[in-house]
Design a protein around this ligand. Structure first.
Ligand SMILES: [Zn+2]
Length: 234
């Protein structure tokens, strides 16, 4: 699908805000999205929609949009002293340039060795590996309950989703799940594994998910309330 996107500056109630304008073949009507990763607004237009109509729509919802943008959690960069939730538990990022072993977690800290300029990259790679360590065994165990075996497991940096299941049985998961409480990760794994058996969100699908985890409802609620926050790290 072509994803032509450009940024326009708008003045709303005296605030200058940047809005990414994107056309989507899937969009049926004009829509406003908040991009949790960038913390910005996005205007989605149907392929044949008029841009000026879209911008009028945006202006008509200016105060709603401003309040949503103001409510966005702040961006937390990967650097010394910042707080990062690991499996839902707050950890401070600490830098130890003299340590010999890569990255490790201890007593509420995640310690990163090596040079300061490599800290974000090393921490990111470590979190991705931790995510795989937590996710992969759960995938195999849950798939086995359905008599299935995944074609592959990929840990990705998806911009807005938590996981996906392809028609060929390859599963992808967002590395940011390692920031969420373990029950939430367990639910997302159950959800994607459930799609290996049922490819929609029918009642039969949710019954399957319930066989694979006891955290479906709490996991969904948690992600609805807190999911956006996780996109603000790193
Ligand atoms: Zn689904």
């Amino acid at each position: 699908m072509p994803r032509e996107s450009r940024t326009v500056s708008l003045s709303l109630d005296g605030h200058e805000i940047d809005v990414a304008v994107r056309r989507s073949a899937r969009a049926r009507r004009i829509a406003i999205r908040i991009d949790p990763a960038k913390g910005g607004a996005e205007l989605v237009l149907p392929l044949r929609g008029s841009e000026s109509e879209g911008l009028d729509f945006l202006r008509s919802r200016g105060s709603w949009l401003l309040s949503r943008l103001e409510a966005m959690p702040p961006h937390v960069p990967f650097c010394e002293g910042e707080m990062l939730p690991l499996r839902g538990i707050p950890h401070h990022i600490a830098h130890d340039p003299t340590a010999r072993r890569g990255v490790w977690a201890e007593e509420g800290r995640i310690v990163v060795s090596g040079r300061a300029e490599y800290l974000p990259r090393r921490l990111h790679d470590w979190l991705r590996r931790e995510a795989r360590t937590d996710i992969a065994p759960r995938v195999y165990a849950k798939a086995a309950l359905l008599g299935k075996r995944p074609a592959g497991i990929t840990i990705r940096d998806q911009k807005s989703r938590w996981g996906s299941c392809s028609s060929t049985g390859s599963l992808s998961f967002n590395w940011r799940l390692i920031l969420a409480p373990e029950d939430v990760l367990d639910y997302v794994v159950a959800h994607e594994v459930g799609h290996m058996a049922v490819h929609n969100h029918s009642p039969a699908f949710w019954r399957t998910v319930d066989r694979l985890t006891s955290h479906a409802r709490t996991g969904r609620d948690w992600l609805r309330k807190n999911g956006d926050r996780l996109f603000r790290y790193g």
